[in-house]
Design a protein around this ligand. Structure first.
Ligand code: OAD
Length: 242
C-alpha cells in the first residue's frame, strides 16, 4: 500500500531538500562514487582559498555545471513539493541545499537557497555593495570582473563560508509543525543539525513531527519520527494527504 503522511491544512511545514531530490533529473549527488566533484579536490573548486589560487579552474568547474543545469528539468518530486506549497501557502517554506533552480522551475516560490545559486554571480570583494545577479554565462574567454575591478565569483556557499539566511531558517524551523527532509545524507552541517531543533522542541512538550524521504537512511536518521525509503520522484507524489 502507498505510504501517506497526513498534513492537514493549517499545519506549518518546513521542507529541507538535498541533492537526492534532483538525482532523478540527472544531477549527480555529492556522495555518489562519481559525484559532482568528479576529478577535483573539493578545496580546489569550492573554497575561497581555491578561488584565490586558481579562479580560472573554479570558473571552468562552475561553467560546466551551469551548462549542464541548462539541460535538466524538474522531476515529479519537485512538482509534488510545489503542489504542497500551493495548498499551504505562507504556512510552507522550502529550504534547499541545492544550487540548481529546479524547485523554482517546478513552480515553488517560497524557496531559500542556503548554499547559494548556480545561476547567480557576485563580486568577490565582500566590501563591494553590488548585488548578486542572474547569470547563465558558462564559457569564459576572460574571467568576469565587477565594475569595482575585483573578480566576480559564483554565488555559491563554499567550504569555510556561512550558509545564507540561517536566522530566518531557524525562526521558521522553531515555529513549524512538520519538518520534512528529502534526499540529504545528513552529514553536512549546519543543514544536518536543523532537525535537532525539533528534537529539542519535543523534549519541552511541543507536538512536532519529522519525516525523512530518500533512498537510504541518512546519518541523522535517529532524529526523524518516520524514514520513508524510496526515490523522491516516485515517493513524494501522493505522499502528503490532508
Ligand atoms: P549528498 O550527496 O550528501 O546526499 C544525497 C542523498 O540523497 C543521499 O542520502 C542519497 O541516498 C539520497 N538520494 C539519492 N538519490 C535519491 C533519490 N532519487 N531520491 C531521494 N533520495 C536520493 O547530498 P546533500 O545531503 O544534499 O554543500 O549534501 C549536502 C551538501 O554537501 C551539499 O549542499 C554540498 C555538499 O558539500 C555545499 O556545496 C556547500
Amino acid at each position: 500500500m502507498a505510504r501517506s503522511v497526513p498534513i492537514p491544512d493549517g499545519n506549518k511545514v518546513f521542507v529541507l531538500t538535498g541533492a537526492g531530490v534532483s538525482a532523478e533529473s540527472g544531477i549527480r549527488t555529492f556522495r555518489d562514487a562519481n559525484g559532482l566533484w568528479e576529478e577535483h579536490r573539493v578545496e580546489d573548486v569550492a573554497s575561497p582559498e581555491g578561488f584565490a589560487k586558481d579562479p580560472e579552474l573554479v570558473w571552468r568547474f562552475y561553467g560546466q555545471r551551469r551548462a549542464q543545469a541548462l539541460t535538466v528539468k524538474p522531476n515529479p518530486g519537485h512538482h509534488a513539493l510545489a503542489a504542497l506549497e500551493a495548498r499551504l501557502g505562507d504556512d510552507f517554506l522550502l529550504c534547499t541545499q541545492n544550487v540548481d533552480a529546479l524547485h523554482e522551475a517546478a513552480g515553488s516560490t517560497r524557496v531559500i537557497h542556503m548554499h547559494g545559486e548556480l545561476m547567480k554571480t557576485r563580486c568577490s570583494d565582500p566590501a563591494c555593495g553590488t548585488a548578486p545577479f542572474h547569470d547563465e554565462r558558462h564559457d569564459f574567454g576572460e574571467l568576469p570582473r565587477c565594475s569595482c575591478g575585483a573578480l566576480q565569483r559564483p554565488h555559491i556557499v563554499w567550504f569555510g563560508e556561512i550558509p545564507f539566511e540561517m536566522h530566518r531558517i531557524k525562526r521558521v524551523v522553531q515555529a513549524c509543525d512538520v519538518f520534512v527532509c528529502v534526499g540529504s545524507s545528513g552529514v553536512v552541517y549546519p543543514a544536518a543539525g536543523l532537525v535537532r531543533e525539533m528534537t529539542y522542541r519535543r523534549s519541552v512538550g511541543e507536538t512536532v513531527r519529522t519525516v525523512y524521504v530518500g533512498v537510504e537512511s541518512p546519518d541523522n536518521a535517529d532524529a526523524f519520527d518516520e524514514v520513508v525509503i524510496g526515490k523522491a520522484g516516485e515517493t513524494l507524489p501522493g505522499l502528503f494527504a490532508r
